[in-house]
Design a protein around this ligand. Structure first.
Ligand code: SF4
Length: 715
């Protein structure tokens, strides 16, 4: 049953906030969607004369309770930036020349539809890739359009973010659980820095720490979390798997594991137990650089402070050439200690919408997967990453340039992309060269980007302030947002564009022909919610009468794995000819695996650690955020700077075996000696130019962004 009691009346708040009723200012409830879907913070937008004049974190919103980060606070600069694309554009000059002519929406969309339908007729629908980069909110519609068109090639930036951790967890458990922070007494935070990436979670974490939550932090960098941690295990980048196996060694040897759970609900424990004998604390210290006594302390703390939860980040543990097995090893600790799907452990709540889990259920999966995989051609990357394709409901986008270049097993000739950045790919220059080979390339975006300049057609999208959108939050909260302002210039929402294209390219898809709101209503059906009901609650609705799923669901239904148990030894990996154990391997480039390379490049390079003011390249162009860190700079330990004659702020070469960049040195104890940390996505110093296109995890295809070798020298 739906509770129709609104959390707060937007009208009530309005009179309290504006300076006077004669000001003409109104306050509208919306949310920020600059960063990841799980963190979309509620916003009060002050509007006057059809323009947003101010934004504030919405105090009544249960997710962020008034907080906004530096990126969300700069929302007005995002909405009104001069680089917003104003009209649809068709290219008239060379690719990359920036020569376009403005056209009507009708001409642009008809050009796209006719071109893609012709390619479908000539070489099959699979020759067209449907790609989502910058945002997640419209992805179900994009995937549906791809499948209705007949292409299996729905691909997203999740080919380098999040899905490999989900894949590792699925190999172990068939599903995965979020940390039950409210009930946990110990939290194992693995390479995760919510202070920079998740404003709302930070508040809840601090409250839990005040209640006595014990933190074990794992990761090479010092973060704002470190001062709250009982133990900080400062690993050498790329050795998470070894550390997890070392902790498992202590937990098993000291008989601290949950025997009852392991005996009854796991598969392959004996093999695992035998394997982790190789990871004594001293052997693990030699691999990870973490002192043996700290490994023992952390393992005991995690195993004996019940209940304990694991909080990994979306990607840092899998941005290595050994990433999936790394992540399997660390998620194995959850089952080993009996913390899976238990109060205060890692609690399994099926996703409601866009990977947000609440008490409500929807038909998102049925909506998206309108055609079965067996009824379509193989997905891009399926021949190279079969395990990915068994466990992940999309193609492997990292493989796109390889298939464009080789034409095998079939040609990729066109891409319909939303918010695509070629700089996401390792060897990003090679990705750009590959894009030039396409017969047809469309990019939809807010801003004219470096990648957009190479498109044949560019379409202007609008921000979350200019559209209507369904959004759930983990606090059992839901909102159907309404546009705060009309779309600027001729921009349109991504969903409008997709539903319009569906009319032209997938006329047999009856539901898409009914339109956006009809499709959302269809998706919402199991929840009992409708758009009409949600419109009655513009500030959002608490799902108070919805029941959360019980804990320990596996006791009734088993685990959704081939054996019905948690698998220390993976049946799927064995079937595919891979190592079924979460076996540790050195990163492809490391002082241990390639000592000959380390002679010339003796430092370990880790790229992509978040900065608080940026999310990839999305807020680079905003004055407020760019002012906080203007130049590409590499974090270097002062000892490594001193031994090379490098002072803070010096211009340096940051070099790998593949390429060299000119950047600024930032000397800081945040990085340990021997490690260089460099933010990614800078147009003038792109970290991904330093990484070879094939420096990848063989199971997931994820790039080894976070562990390779480099050198720095003063210019
Ligand atoms: S964390 Fe920041 S960027 Fe992300 S949704 Fe919240 S305010 Fe926006």
């Amino acid at each position: 049953m739906v509770d129709m009691k609104e959390s707060a009346s937007s009208i009530g708040r309005t009179t309290g906030k504006i300076p006077g009723e004669d000001t003409g200012i109104s306050i509208h409830k919306t949310f920020c969607s600059i960063c990841n879907a799980p963190t979309h913070c509620g916003i009060d937008a002050y509007v006057k004369g059809g323009a947003v004049i101010k934004v504030e974190g919405s105090e009544s919103h249960p997710h962020n309770q008034g907080a906004l980060c530096s990126k969300g606070s700069a929302s007005r600069q995002y909405i009104y930036h001069k680089d917003r694309i104003r009209t649809p554009l068709i290219r008239t000059g060379e690719r990359g020349s920036d020569e376009f002519r403005p056209v009507s929406w009708e001409e642009a969309l008809e050009t796209i539809a006719q071109k893609l339908l012709r390619i479908k007729e000539e070489t099959g629908p699979e020759s067209v890739v449907f790609y989502a980069g910058y945002s997640k909110w419209f992805r179900p519609f994009l995937k549906r359009l791809a499948h209705s068109f007949g292409s299996p090639n729905y691909c997203t930036e999740s080919s380098t973010c999040y899905q490999a951790t989900a894949m590792a967890a699925r190999l172990n458990y068939g599903c995965f659980g979020r940390p039950d922070l409210k009930n946990a007494r110990c939290l194992l935070v693995w390479s995760h820095n919510p202070f920079y990436t998740n404003t709302a979670m930070t508040r809840r974490l601090m409250e839990a720490i005040d209640r006595g939550l014990k933190i074990i932090e794992v990761g090479p960098l010092i973060t704002p979390m470190t001062r709250h941690a009982a133990v900080h295990l400062r690993i050498r980048p790329g050795t998470s798997g070894a550390l997890a196996l070392g902790m498992a060694n202590v937990i098993i040897e000291e008989d601290l594991y949950d025997r009852e759970f392991v005996d009854k609900w796991t598969h392959g424990f004996e093999e695992f137990q035998q394997y982790v004998r190789e990871f004594s604390p001293s052997a693990t210290e030699a691999l990870t650089g973490v002192p043996a006594e700290l490994i023992v302390r952390a393992a005991r703390l995690y195993a004996t402070t019940k209940p304990a939860a694991l909080l990994p980040s979306a990607s840092p543990t899998v941005h290595h050439t050994n990433g999936v097995q790394n992540h399997r090893a660390l998620t194995a600790l959850i089952g080993l200690t009996g913390n899976f799907d238990r109060p205060g452990g890692n609690y399994v709540v099926p996703p409601t919408w866009l990977n947000i889990s609440t008490a409500a259920s929807t038909r998102e999966d049925q909506f998206k997967q309108v055609r079965q995989w067996k009824d379509m051609a193989p997905r891009v990357g399926e021949d190279v990453y079969p395990v990915w394709c068994r466990l992940t409901p999309e193609g492997q986008a990292v493989h796109i340039p390889f298939q464009i270049q080789s034409g095998k097993p079939y040609p990729i000739r066109a891409m319909l992309a939303f918010g695509m950045r070629h700089r996401m790919w390792p060897g990003s220059d090679w990705m750009l060269e590959s894009l030039k080979k396409l017969d047809f390339f469309v990019n939809v975006d807010l801003f004219m980007t470096e990648t957009g300049r190479f498109a044949d057609v560019v379409l202007p999208a609008c921000t979350s302030f200019e559209r209507s959108e369904l959004r759930f939050w983990v606090e059992n909260y839901v909102m159907w947002s309404r546009p705060v302002i009309a779309p600027l210039y001729q921009s349109r929402s991504d969903a409008d564009i997709l539903f319009d294209l569906a009319g032209r390219m997938a006329p047999d898809d009856g539901l898409m022909q009914k339109g956006y709101e009809a499709s959302i209503d269809w998706i919402l059906k199991p929840s009992g919610l409708t758009i009409a009901k949600l419109k009655e609650h513009p500030a959002g609705l608490h799902l108070k009468d919805f029941q959360m799923p019980p804990y320990r669901k596996y006791e009734k239904q088993g685990f959704p794995t081939p054996t019905g148990k948690m698998e220390f030894s993976s049946t799927i990996l064995k079937e595919e000819g891979d190592d079924p154990l979460p076996r540790y391997q050195e990163p492809g480039l490391s002082p241990r695996s390639t000592p000959e390379v380390a002679e010339k490049f003796p430092l370990i390079l880790t790229t992509g650690a978040r900065l608080p003011m940026y999310v990839h390249s999305r807020t680079f162009r905003l004055g407020w955020t760019r002012g906080l860190r203007k130049d590409p700079s590499a974090d270097i330990n002062p000892a490594d700077g001193a031994s090379r004659g490098i002072a803070d702020g010096d211009r340096i070469f940051l070099s790998t075996p593949r390429a060299s960049l000119e950047v600024r040195a930032h000397l800081t104890e945040i990085v340990p000696p021997g490690v260089v940390s460099f933010y990614h996505a800078w147009p003038d110093a792109d970290a991904n130019m330093l990484i070879a296109p094939d420096y990848l995890d063989p199971l997931s295809g994820y790039p080894g962004f976070k562990s390779l070798l480099c050198q720095v020298e003063k210019i």
